[in-house]
Design a protein around this ligand. Sequence first.
Ligand SMILES: [Zn+2]
Length: 478
Amino acid sequence: MLARRLLCSVLLATGAPAPAQDVESIPFGDLGAALLAAADARRLGDPVTEGVDAEVLFLRRIEPLHQRIRLGAIELWVPIEAIGCAAKPETGLTAADVAPIAKPVIKLQKSWVELAELDGGDSARSKRAFTRIENWANSLSASRLAEVTPELATDCAWLAACFRRDPTGSSSRTAEHPFGIVMLFAPKRAHYLAVLGAAGLLDERYRQWFWDDSGRRSGGTALYRRSCLIPFTLGPHSDTGPWCENHTMAGGELVQLSAHQLSHVVTSNVARTAPAWFAEGLALFDTIRATGADETLCTGFRETVDTMVPFAGGNSGRGPAGMLLWVTRDASPYRDGASPRYFLKELAAAWDAKRGFAIVDLETSKIAQFEKGPFLGALAVVPPSIESAQTGVKKGFAEFFRAYCAAFVEHLYEAKVEKRRLLQLVLVELKSRTFDASEKAPDDLLDALEKWTRKSLDAAGGTDSVERGFVDWLSKRR
Ligand SMILES: [Zn+2]
């Protein structure tokens, strides 16, 4: 069950979410119906109900309620009206409200175009496009939005096509999708839940996924494959708190959450076969690059609803990735200024050549034990001594592992093979892989690393390996 919890659930410092008991249930149906009614009232003509793609139907249906702000392949959908606690429309958001998110979104997009070579080598064209988009985005915080010129519209369409890959190989599905990667924003919790409510009303198959109690507190939800929902406020402080409670998010927190969530959506489109721990490392790496830090509490799960049936080919959730559920902030050595340096100094300080990495018990703030790994490759598992450890040690390991994954991606970024970044070579390779829902899916990341380094990720014989090289590199970053 825990693995089905929504992406980036914001968890309390008390650890993993507790099952809800005697909690006021969320009126998903009423909230969703109010949202659909508000969208329909703004529509000229009848809503489109034909088509097979649940995501496209959903987006088309709620589109009239939104101002669509296209920033290349990414679209910010700003609700003109929002649904309130009494399931009635109230004031929504404006373009100026999302202006601080625009720059990181463009930065993250640029980074992916460059690293995964999404422009097919036409870097002159992508550079031109991004300059135009950046200039236009400056007007988001102005009193009037600048005009969308035909050139700008063409650039956005071209970039959207660069990011539009259908790893299942179904060309009809790709052709049908008229939107880029969509980020939906919710000013308050009620609207957040209304969006999930509407999605469940439009397609019952996904109801059990969207109409989940974790919605009252989650810090973002992946909707289908190409869209996500971002809240402007946090929900109640406990799983049993009132569903309509709102807590203000610091400005920086919202921007980080948006970038982190967006990275997960991009990864699940472009590098679909990336294992969960690598996707989490990428999300941290992307967020730090785009916003300067990442203090989000993401659990590392990136399941999206369209894969509920053929979910997660083979190895994607393998290794200690499940431990990310225990990620917390309290007393962690990997918080408060550690993320801007990709946790390198903190990880190096935790390393002991003989014993391995020091794992701190976050409840006592003392070193509880040492773990040597391997943590990443085909042999990696949650160390049994962590599995049976106290809550504080589990949290300490989760915080260590989160930092370790981010530092690993930074290592691949810094490492060069034939003058190219190893991260680039790996992402280009992953981009070319097709999603295979079979249990025995090959591990594409391991293949890609092996191809370019001629080493396996973790060494079966305890000798040379990519992970060992990473730890050597890391130990010198003090
Ligand atoms: Zn994450």
